[in-house]
Write a protein that binds this ligand. Sequence first.
Ligand SMILES: [Zn+2]
Length: 94
Amino acid sequence: MRKFYKDIKVIKSCLICGAVFRPPRGDDNHHGFCIKHRSLYWRSWYEKYGKKLDRKKYKEAQDRAWKNWVEKHKERRRAQALASYHRRKKFKST
Ligand SMILES: [Zn+2]
């Protein structure tokens, strides 16, 4: 039988220790490392760059990107907001 794209499982081995891991489809945050070495990798990344990040500027850039997206996809945002409203209305107090 023909395999669908979503059915293809990715199996990778760690670049450092060779441990086999299965990242979810479309996930490219592993950089070829197993879960153990990935946390080490991200920690060193944070030590190197994350501490220097200007949080305020980063947040502003994120907000700008979001607003641009909303401007571009007004219909989709409308549908999203409506779905969110119906999903959450039962949790609303007062
Ligand atoms: Zn590893």
